[in-house]
Design a protein around this ligand. Sequence first.
Ligand code: TYD
Length: 136
Amino acid sequence: MIEPCIIQLPKFLDARGNLSFVEQLNHIPFEIKRTYWIYDVPGGESRGGHAYRKNHEFIVALSGAFDVVIDDGNEKKAFTLNRSYYGLYVPKGLWREMENFSTNSLALILSSTDYDANDYIRDYDVFLKMKKDGQI
Ligand code: TYD
């Protein structure tokens, strides 16, 4: 299984303001098909408890902070994202939840597939069973 990991992005520090960027198949290991962002989340709120069958993603805290909890069916790992010059690569087939959003945080998500509701596994017990049976 491919492991989720923090990926550092290029960072140009400048007195006029800093700049970072991300390139598909260079900094992140997939082609970007879709980008979305999560904003105006009430402080302390949670989102995104689900797994994907096919979709890979890269999550960046463009502003503020939140935790991404990754669960492979056996163990959970929490990653705190709170800087815009790194992000979390989340391979397919993992349960992921976004938690503890700070007020005014902004989460950017780069995705490897077009939106497809059928790619989502939203029931945790179904996820566990699929993991156990080697279906994802
Ligand atoms: P949803 O996946 O439920 O959010 P969460 O990640 O918190 O579980 O997405 C909310 C709604 O937005 C849902 O009706 C589907 C829609 N949506 C799209 O149409 N396209 C997208 O790329 C995404 C991510 C969501």
